[in-house]
Design a protein around this ligand. Sequence first.
Ligand code: 4GS
Length: 248
Amino acid sequence: MRFDVVSLFPEMFTALTQWGITGRACEQGLASINLWNPRDFCSDPRKTVDDRTYGGGPGMVMMVKPLEDTITALKSAHHAQNIQSGPICLLAPQGEIFCQKIAEDILNYGNLTFICGRYEAVDQRFIDRNVDLQLSIGDFVLSGGELPAMTMMDAVIRLIPGALGDGESAIQDSFMNSLLDYPHYTRPEIYENLSVPDVLLGGHHAKIANWRRQKSLELTLKLRPDLIESARANGLLSKEDEQFLRGL
Ligand code: 4GS
């Protein structure tokens, strides 16, 4: 999986490339994150990438030209390396809200370019002419698209076959079945009078699986009833699941 990222702060991405599961995946060549700074594609000596907003008001707007020159450069790098340029994605609050399903879709693209905006906004003409899709990580305003891009790349990279070690593959469980995860416990068995649920200590695998499924259903119904609805609509709830939910 190859990512190209257009950002005025490329150093931020070491948070992904130097640490943990994502760092290892980059080291092993399972993922690559290629950074492009629009500042490097400015022709003027001041390296201007933003200007005041037409119509007045506060905030600066990212100019079309440095961004388009960056896109041109990264596309010709793709061409030179015989790489198919994937979709261009802008991180912005007006985008579709990111989720596990979109992470899976991005994995299947094979290649993706993220545009990380800074300042108030990106000139609409750049968006109209170059951007294929817009994604958001939620209904709030950030200072830049870097953290959303990193959030999405983290979610995608861990889906790449081989990115997770044996001990880590279970982490996938929670959203993979579209329900919330069940509670987890580790040693000690008793911590200041608080004990681990008995069923988890018994070693009866079927009983444990049943307890976990029921906890998942119970928690999801309580905290995220919308996820129960969509699991049901997607045929992911068994007769036993439905019977258990009715009893709650
Ligand atoms: C988001 C968000 C965001 C919008 C970037 C204003 C700086 C900012 N991007 N999900 N300009 N929420 N972007 O707030 O993706």
